[in-house]
Write a protein that binds this ligand. Structure first.
Ligand SMILES: Nc1ncnc2c1ncn2[C@@H]1O[C@H](COP(=O)(O)OP(=O)(O)OP(=O)(O)O)[C@@H](O)[C@H]1O
Ligand SMILES: O=C([O-])CC(=O)C(=O)O
Ligand SMILES: [Ca+2]
Ligand SMILES: [Mn+2]
Length: 649
């Protein structure tokens, strides 16, 4: 006897409800579970274009051939200088190898008559290359393999940079050779600490050996500079997904087409920061070393995982390459108004470049590194790197909203359960940071270029509280303050009296310049004059007394000041000249209480004000002594004027 058939279909007769509901669609198009998983991932180009370009690949070169070329190029980049010409490379994550069918492209390393004696263990293994991964892929890598990686409540990737949470300028070295000996600025005051070629090669070999010893390395091929005529191709080889995602965000992201024709990079970074340098190596004074070799077009990082070293190492490179092409490189933020009026924001770390260039009423060209050429300004980077300490949604909404999926959040503290970030928490460091692609700012100007600047704003966070909130500068004064590069912050977190500490950093970026400061100053003067730009000095620091008795100027007031510079209103104001520094102080700024515009009104102790003012003036004079012997520009007249534009007492 046959069993009655069980009906799963809807009964056609009557309005009886279905007994056993079956809503299955067409069957899955996979024969095996492995095939099913392979269906989940659609094949795509190995990059993330910013504009989602849809155009198809050119058919002149097969995908396989392209992969082979890429791997050959990476193999050459990773070549040991003493043994093999390049490691054996395969593309992809070693963890997925067993699961996948073994059809991975790889290039054999090619010996040039290497005797068997020269073969090392690294020649017998494969190095997996994770090439231009997308943010999602990098998240997975970070979370799987890098301790301290977490997704925050807004989708950002929280990471730890390890023992170093800031740059190590004393460990940054530049190879002194026949070319750089005369071209670069060396000696007292210069950021360029010398090393010789041989020592560079020792460190390079150490970094390459370390990277080759790993199962996998990350490789990013990207661009610097939005000016297409002066674009620089960079390759970053690193050991951490954190580093790869950071650079993905901070450099300019190539489209698939651009990547296809990428070719040989103009500059390569070997980031072996997880591994120390050998302190017995000549010149090494710690286990950290950041080494630049301009002739070899390479940079090696050992002993620090702070990602900012890569960003600022490339910035140093640009400070060498661009002036050679008559282009000025600038440590500045930059934005443009609806009328095309461009403003530059110079200032040392923490003075407000990122905060003030990220302005909801203007288009952001960039927050930190720019070029000024014959054609106008261009951003060097493809992303922003904002300080996060005490970040608030109310005061900095655009930065707050940029902290979402794709953004790297360094060294912040979050709630273990909700993963909500506490931006006031300094437990790991005060230098907490967010790195995000520039298009995360809603009014970013893409491509990030603009016409010649109308306003040049010099930012100083004056913790002495004696510089006016805003003053208008003559060209000579602009140069004087540009070369001085002053800011004063409060000394660390040590116990006891917290005296403001004056910092002078030539061109507002002495740590990154390669040539003598007067070279950049002369270029800036020439450009400002030619294009009729106005210089301004804005104090984003203290008012009503020094740190301890006064208060930091309200960001809302600083924003009002900046607004009236942009609008051209401030240029029309009435001015009075200040004592000592001879600064032109406006009597009225819309939206700002007039009594705070002249700092002497805000100090209750007038004698303390005068003493502090003279003290700061003295510090400026002492610092400028180092520059009095240099001529600035073509004739001596500008030099004389600049010298006379400093404090007088
Ligand atoms: N009046 C003010 N003007 C500007 N910034 C202020 C003011 N008061 C407080 N701040 C705070 O100061 C910090 C300025 O940091 P910002 O990230 O803009 O520095 P930066 O110049 O871009 O430095 P870096 O080159 O290191 O990136 C922010 O945390 C901002 O909230
Ligand atoms: O480079 C860094 O670490 C952060 C930065 O922008 C600066 O210090 O100017
Ligand atoms: Ca910044
Ligand atoms: Mn900076």
């Amino acid at each position: 006897m046959r069993l009655a058939k069980i009906h799963t279909e809807k009964k056609v007769d009557g309005d009886q409800t279905v007994v056993c509901h079956d809503d299955s669609g067409p069957p899955v198009k996979a024969q095996t579970i492995h095939e099913l998983h392979s269906l989940q991932k659609k094949k795509s180009a190995p990059t993330t274009p910013i504009n989602g370009s849809k155009s198809s690949f050119s058919t002149t070169i097969s995908e396989e051939e392209l992969q082979k070329q890429q791997l050959q190029s990476i193999s050459a980049s990773l070549a040991s200088l003493t043994r093999e010409t390049g490691p054996k490379l395969v593309k992809g994550d070693p963890a997925n190898r067993k699961a996948e069918n073994r059809k991975v492209t790889h290039v054999e390393h090619y010996h040039h008559d290497a005797p068997t004696l020269n073969i090392s263990d690294s020649a017998l293994k494969f190095t997996h290359v994770l090439y231009n991964l997308s943010p999602a892929e990098l998240y997975e890598q970070a979370i799987k393999y890098e301790k301290g990686s977490f997704i925050t409540s807004t989708g950002a990737l929280a990471t730890l940079s390890g023992a170093k949470t800031g740059r190590s300028p004393r460990d940054k070295r530049v190879v002194k050779d026949k070319t750089t000996e005369n071209a670069l600025w060396w000696g007292k005051g210069s950021p360029n600490i010398e090393m010789d070629e041989q020592t560079f090669l020792v460190n390079r070999e150490r970094a390459v050996d370390y990277l080759n010893s790993l199962d996998k390395v990350f490789v990013n091929d990207q661009f610097l500079n939005w000016d297409p005529k002066h674009r620089i191709k960079v390759r970053i080889v690193s050991a951490r997904a954190y580093h790869s995602l950071f650079m993905h965000n901070m450099c300019i992201r190539p489209t698939p087409e651009e990547l296809e024709s990428f070719g040989t990079p103009d500059f390569t970074i070997y980031n072996a920061g997880k591994f120390p340098c050998n302190r017995f190596t000549h010149y090494m004074t710690s286990s950290t070393s950041i080494d630049i070799n301009l002739d070899r077009k390479e940079m090696v990082i050992l002993g620090t995982q702070y990602a900012g070293e890569m960003k600022k190492g490339l910035f140093s490179l640009m400070h060498y390459l661009m002036p050679k092409r008559q282009i000025l490189s600038l440590h500045s933020g930059c934005n443009v108004g609806k009328d095309g009026d461009v403003a530059l924001f110079f200032g040392l770390s923490g003075t407000g470049k990122t905060t003030l260039s990220t302005d909801h009423n203007r288009y952001l060209i960039g927050d930190d590194e720019h070029c000024w050429s014959e054609n106008g300004v261009s951003n060097i980077e493809g992303g922003c790197y904002a300080k996060c300490i005490d970040l608030s949604r109310e005061k900095e909404p655009d930065i707050w909203n940029a902290i979402k999926f794709g953004t790297v959040l360094e060294n912040i503290v979050f709630d273990e359960h909700t993963r909500e970030v506490d931006y006031s928490d300094k437990s790991v460091t005060e230098n907490t940071r967010a790195a995000y692609p520039i298009e995360y700012i809603p009014n970013a100007q893409i491509p990030c270029v603009g016409p010649h600047p109308r306003n040049v704003i010099l930012l100083a966070c004056d913790a002495f509280g004696v510089l006016p909130p805003v003053s208008k500068l003559s060209l000579a004064q602009t140069m004087y303050h540009f070369i001085s590069g002053y800011t004063a912050l409060v000394a660390g977190t040590e116990e006891g009296v917290k005296e403001p500490q004056a910092t002078f950093s030539a061109c507002f970026g002495a740590a990154f310049i390669m040539l003598h400061p007067t070279k950049y100053a002369a270029m800036l003067a020439e450009k400002m004059q030619k294009h009729g730009a106005t210089g301004w000095l804005v104090n984003t620091g203290w008012s009503g007394g020094s740190y301890g008795s006064g208060n930091r100027l309200k960001l809302a007031y600083t924003r009002k000041i900046i607004d009236s510079i942009h609008s051209g209103e401030l240029l029309k104001a009435n001015y009075t000249k200040s004592e000592v520094f001879g600064l032109e102080i406006p009597t009225v700024v819309e939206g700002v209480p007039s009594e705070i515009l002249d700092p002497q009104n805000t100090w209750s102790d007038k004698k303390a004000y005068t003493d502090t003012l003279l003290k700061l003036g003295g510090l400026f004079k002492k610092n400028f002594k180092g520059f009095v012997d240099y001529q600035i520009g073509e004739d001596n007249q500008l030099t004389e004027e600049i010298l006379a534009a400093g404090p007088i007492f």
